[in-house]
Design a protein around this ligand. Structure first.
Ligand code: ATP
Length: 355
């Protein structure tokens, strides 16, 4: 297997610059997820790694080699696409073994590799079927089998689960991650789905408008988002944001927004009094408490089964909270919540950077 390294990568389509100064290293055997909204450039970066797009600036290294000018076929990568791209007139076994046949492997070797991959992917009983006789999840597994038999150094996945229904997506997330743990292949996986990123990645690379905003483990991005954008993108239900100012009184720091006042960890007392802030609070970080500092009117209580999501209005701003399913509320009730100071995410209002 192999590392993948992007050094100062840039990409323009004509006069439109879609990626700039991308510096990123994917360690040997790591599962790295490129995450971001539509149009942020993640697919372009993946396609450049595969050799399906040219590189406008910088170098892409796979293992010891700079691959900028190396033909896709010779890059030693395997790619799994969103639309599976299976050959409809070939059986599953032929689809999986096709690249080996083209490469001139013996029939016996091809059969052995196809059977091994099929066993790992629970496809043994389907080898004689045609793609149209398979479910979406089974087709996706055939596409993965086709990548697996190639013993590639690097696996590239381009939104491989987006055509599947929610239940199958959850199932395939686990399967892909288990497969990765078994094969330990260096993997670059593109998605706009933060749940996929959080559940599968060793490392998440969050992108915005052609730049990397933050990269780190799922926990790092969840616990310490470096910008308001990262805070908003990661976590479901999404983080709440309140606008206010820093109030420093007698060595103590508070986030203040008209009649709302939240105690902050002490280190914020070193910042300039009156600084404009955005305070981020995850809906799962609050608790119901009569003595809490956050109070608002309930708009609607949504039962999700395991818990209740309260949609409230706090100083005219929408605010949601996840509470126990035992809580009893009706629309219009005044709800009071508490939050620990160290669970607050404080951003500069102007730069939106974490403070
Ligand atoms: P999605 O999830 O929608 O695929 P993405 O983050 O993968 O989004 P890219 O497909 O990498 O985004 O596209 C990045 C930007 O580059 C977009 O603004 C897109 O319109 C532009 N782009 C992509 N391919 C081309 C092309 N061949 N010619 C011109 N512009 C392109």
């Amino acid at each position: 297997m192999s590392t993948v390294e992007f050094r100062k990568i840039g990409k323009s389509f004509g006069s439109v610059e879609v990626l700039r100064d991308i510096d990123l290293t994917i360690g040997d055997g790591d599962f790295t997820v490129l995450l971001g909204p539509s149009g942020c450039g993640k697919t372009t970066l993946l396609r450049m790694t595969a050799g399906l797009e040219t590189v406008s600036a910088g170098e892409i290294h796979i293992g010891e080699r700079v691959v900028n000018d190396i033909h896709p076929r010779d890059r030693d990568i395997a790619m799994v696409f969103q639309n599976y791209a299976l050959y409809p007139t070939m059986r599953v076994s032929e689809n999986i073994g096709f690249s080996l046949e083209v490469a001139g492997h013996s029939k016996q070797e091809i059969r052995q590799k196809v059977e091994e991959a099929a066993a790992m992917l629970s496809l043994t009983d389907y080898l004689d079927r045609y793609p149209k006789e398979l479910s979406g999840g089974q087709r996706q597994r055939v596409a993965m089998g086709r990548a697996m038999v190639r013993d590639a150094q690097v696996f590239l996945f381009d939104e491989p689960l987006s055509n599947l229904d929610a239940k199958l997506r959850a199932h395939m997330r686990v399967e892909i991650r288990q497969l990765h743990d078994r094969l330990s292949a260096t993997t670059l996986y593109v998605t706009h789905d933060q749940i996929e990123a959080m559940t599968m990645a060793d490392k998440i690379v969050l992108m915005q408008g052609g730049n990397i905003v933050q990269s780190g483990t799922p926990d790092e991005l969840y616990d310490s988002p470096s910008t308001k954008y990262a805070a908003e993108f990661i976590g479901s239900p999404a983080m709440n944001f309140l606008n206010g100012v820093l109030e420093v009184q007698g060595g103590e720091a508070f986030f203040s927004s008209s009649d709302l006042k939240l105690k902050l960890p002490e280190n914020y007392a070193a910042l300039e009094n009156g600084r404009e802030l955005v305070c981020g609070i995850r809906p799962t970080d609050v608790s119901l408490s009569q003595t809490g500092d956050i109070s608002g009117k309930l708009i609607i209580a949504e039962k999700t089964g395991a818990e209740i999501q309260l949609h409230m209005s706090i100083q005219g701003t929408d605010f949601s909270a996840v509470v126990s399913r035992d809580a009893k509320f009706s629309a219009g009730d005044q709800v009071t919540l508490a939050v620990e100071p160290n669970r607050l995410h404080i951003f500069d209002a102007a730069t939106e950077l974490r403070l």
